[in-house]
Design a protein around this ligand. Structure first.
Ligand code: C2E
Ligand code: MG
Ligand code: MG
Ligand code: MG
Length: 277
């Protein structure tokens, strides 16, 4: 019918329908109270070292369960929270919660256990970002060397001088920096080197067809070599099959993350996994 047609047309042209806009405004409104209402949760996805096969860390991934809307995907609500500014309070809660958890897991393990946290461009632009992170580390007792902050290429390129200054300061504190979804955005390779970023996370779009596409194999190899030549560790995202893992291993990739190793899981389940239950 015509209404459906209008929605499809708008979607095709990348426009927002009335329904879309209404939902976005509602979500925006409710996001402002998500932290205080206790509607947010972190899930943790294991990261495996390809040399030893052991779980060496986790990425914290945000989940929002609203009593009315149900589960809302971060791909939908993070951009809304970024536009409205509520990402600042949410991001602060994420960092605090992930650091508390990371500290516990690190204390249990004989080895290092790293906690990776996604940092939004809007958080990066905060004047007092460094002070906030210092306060969180002090309050939670998290070792900064166990904390990794993931930023995307677009965050890195948004305000280059300011980002360089902040990343240098974070690294001076002992925190590591990863470039997330590498290969999907535009980043200057010279900045990658200048920033001496610690880790490169190869986007899962290059991992998907690895076994069936020579082109993706070539790209994955090039990115892994690039990372190594710039002294970075390379982590492949979205690894779902043994075949993909074997190919990545052969290409010299350092770490893998994906459903094959483990889906994002609650803290209790992750703890059981670490304990080998
Ligand atoms: P990301 O940081 O690149 O996180 C990886 C995403 O890939 C996660 O989606 C994860 O569940 C998914 N994934 C992991 N392994 C596989 C796999 O084998 N196959 C497939 N198909 N997917 C896999 P999720 O949790 O829905 O998060 C989506 C994005 O939302 C994240 O992408 C990140 O950009 C953003 N995000 C999530 N949590 C936060 C947060 O606390 N703060 C900020 N600023 N952004 C966040
Ligand atoms: Mg990430
Ligand atoms: Mg990613
Ligand atoms: Mg991604």
């Amino acid at each position: 019918d015509t209404a459906m047609f209008r929605i499809k047309e708008a979607g095709r042209r990348g426009m927002e329908t009335d329904e879309d806009m209404q939902r976005r405004q509602l979500l925006e409104q409710h996001l402002q109270h998500a932290v205080e209402q206790g509607e947010l949760r972190l899930m943790y996805q294991p990261i495996q070292d390809l040399r030893t096969g052991s779980i060496i860390g986790a990425e914290a991934l945000l989940r929002w369960h609203h009593p009315l809307f149900g589960n809302v995907s971060p791909s939908e609500f993070i951009p809304i929270a970024e536009k409205s500014g509520s990402i600042l309070e949410i991001g602060n809660w994420v960092l605090r919660t992930a650091c508390l958890q990371g500290k516990q897991w690190h204390a249990w393990q004989d080895t290092r256990f790293r906690m990776a946290v996604n940092l939004s461009a809007v958080q990066m632009e905060q004047e007092d970002l460094l002070e906030q992170i210092e306060a969180i580390l002090a309050d939670t007792g998290m070792n900064p060397e166990m904390l990794e902050l993931e930023i995307t290429e677009s965050t890195m390129m948004r305000n280059v001088d300011e980002v360089i200054r902040k990343l240098e300061a974070l690294k001076a504190m002992g925190i590591s920096i990863s470039i997330d979804d590498f290969g999907t955005g535009y980043s200057s390779l010279s900045y990658l080197q200048k920033l001496s970023v610690n880790n490169l996370k190869v986007d899962r779009s290059f991992v998907n067809d690895l076994a069936h596409s020579d082109g993706d194999m070539t790209i994955a190899k090039a990115v892994i070599d690039l990372g190594h030549n710039l002294n970075m560790h390379v982590i492949a995202e979205g690894v779902e099959t043994e075949e993909q893992k074997t190919l990545l291993q052969a290409l010299g990739c350092d770490q893998v993350q994906g459903y094959l190793i483990g889906k994002p899981m609650g803290a209790e389940e992750f703890t059981e996994r670490l304990a080998g239950v």
